[in-house]
Design a protein around this ligand. Structure first.
Ligand code: IMP
Ligand code: MG
Length: 181
């Protein structure tokens, strides 16, 4: 029996499934417009949070794409960023001179985005590096960094669903919501 202190019945929907899907289509078009049609794109899905967003985003791409998966954790089981990044799996092919799109669920403090951007620039030296995040919690930023593309700017509230979790739960919801205090 699951004993979770936050219940799905209490969730308030922030972005419905329909809203998310149309925003994602827009984002895919904007990203593709930035890269010549005949060139390959390496899409980097940052697990676990980006799993849904990345899967839906790539369905719209017409460029030839390769998908890679890396895994990073910064929250543990808290609802605040711990400022303690854990790089769990950063295994990647050689991306030198490739078009790379990093796909994140949300930028909060900016720590993960900064770490990844620096890592890719220094280690991989891609031809083009784009950072896309579905959500942008701009008001929680501790590091001065902005994504190249984002879906929605949100207030400093903890959100779940569509890949985003609370204690590992709620990633499977097709919408994004929050627990009102
Ligand atoms: P940052 O390094 O503080 O920008 O945090 C980035 C990571 O923290 C994201 O990729 C998410 O996985 C997680 N995160 C940040 N805010 C939330 C939230 O509101 N709900 C769930 N996870 C979040
Ligand atoms: Mg994430």
């Amino acid at each position: 029996m699951m004993t979770l202190d936050k219940k799905v019945e209490d969730l308030k929907v922030l972005f419905s499934e329909t809203e998310l899907q149309s925003k994602i289509k827009e984002l895919a078009t904007a990203i593709e417009n930035d890269i010549p049609e005949d060139e390959e794109i390496y899409v980097i899905c940052v697990l676990k949070g980006s799993v849904m967003f990345c899967a839906d985003l790539v369905k719209h791409f017409k460029h030839p794409i390769q998908m890679e998966f890396i895994r990073i954790s910064s929250y543990g089981h808290e609802t605040r960023s711990t400022n303690n990044l854990q790089a769990i799996d950063l295994t990647l092919p050689d991306l030198h001179n490739k078009n790379v799109v990093i796909v994140e669920d949300i930028i909060d403090t900016g720590l993960t985005a900064r770490f990844l951007t620096d890592l890719f620039k220094i280690k991989h030296q891609p031809k083009k590096l784009l950072f896309v995040s579905l959500l942008n919690k701009k008001c929680a930023r501790q590091i001065d960094i902005e994504p190249d593309f984002f879906g929605y700017e949100i207030d400093d509230k903890f959100v779940v669903g569509y890949g985003l979790d609370y204690k590992g739960y709620y990633r499977n919801l097709p919408y994004i919501g929050y627990f009102p205090c």
